[in-house]
Design a protein around this ligand. Sequence first.
Ligand SMILES: [Zn+2]
Length: 452
Amino acid sequence: MRLLFARVGVPYSPATGLPIESQTVSQMVDRVVDFGEGTRLYILAPIVRGRKGEYKKELAELMKKGFQRVKIDGQFYEIAEAPALDKKYKHDIDVVVDRVVVRPDLTARLADSLETCLTLADGLAIAEFADKPLPPEETAAGGSANKSLNETHERVLFSEKFACPVSGFTISEIEPRLFSFNNPFGACPTCDGLGSQQKIDEALIIPEPDRTLKNGAIAPWAKSSSPYYNQTLEALGKAFGFKLSSKWTDLSDEARHAILQGTEEKISFHYEDGARSYNTTKNFEGIVPNLERRWKETDSAWAREEIERYMSAAPCPACTGFRLKPEALAVKINKLHIGEVTQMSIRVARDWFEVLPSHMNAKQNEIAVRILKEIRERLRFLNDVGLEYLSLSRNSGTLSGGESQRIRLASQIGSGLTGVLYVLDEPSIGLHQRDNAAARIRCATCATSATP
Ligand SMILES: [Zn+2]
């Protein structure tokens, strides 16, 4: 599956939702020639895209290299006459590398010009149609979001890398390890590929909301005999209008939020521990941030474990539980990323892979034909041995004995191992009569297909 995504997956930009494709210079030239003879084009190198700065040095350097014209924030200028740019604003600067009228015999010059663009603009090039101005409402000046100020005319963006020309989102290389959460190259950096994060769970802090504060409503504080906690609550109660005898359920939302998440404003606290008493005015940290901080900072395994009693696993916010980095989840086949495909049950996946070829182009099909054949065969077999209800992402540690036995059988038979006699004694764990029959049929198919 990883191999399949690496070979025929198409990366989509998370910013625009559009596919991003890498192209060779000759593919770009072909595309430009396809615009038709007589098309007037600017070949541009987008060197600055929506960034703040004055760019004096960059412009001077371009002039030294022999470039004459630039397009800045929607206007063409001779570089020598370019206006001074306000460094507080974002700018767009394209270098005019060439002006051409498309002809079939122009390929060598186009290749040169595009090559120059790619070097200047870090892998990007633009062909802008000189005679196709955009209607004002489709330009950045007319309020269209996500567009460069320079996008005043229809244009085609080329990229030699997998890079979204709008957001700059790049995928260096698409290879199988990008799709493995066990590999640092593919794992979600936020949760290290675990898919979930331990987070303080408010429901575990207040397990019995019917209790009063005095009577231990706040679980992490309930066991302590120190007067500190009650004195803290008393001070908060003065500020937010509750008493120690109040039940958690009777507290206002504001009071609950202050206790759990802390306060922006400063609160006056009065503390007495028998030996001394003192006053202090500070904002309250909040129980949740306090536990989170101590959990991160502590060196004591005991303290960490103690805090973990109030934590539960929440899906990682970055990968929403798919365990892979955004670059991997941006790569899709027939609208789905690999995480969504592995979530399918074996039955659904079998159907999805069965019709997949009709959703791919000829080139993708040619590349994928062998991988697909193997995937489909395994899915069909897993389906035949009665495991159609399992999801592909199911952790092998959570399988029953019978389930894992069937999977082992499926992978051995799927690998085309021959000369092995399977003795399915009665009753083989988890293998039911119907499955034995299915398995036998499969063995037979394997044997016949393997013998010349
Ligand atoms: Zn994650």
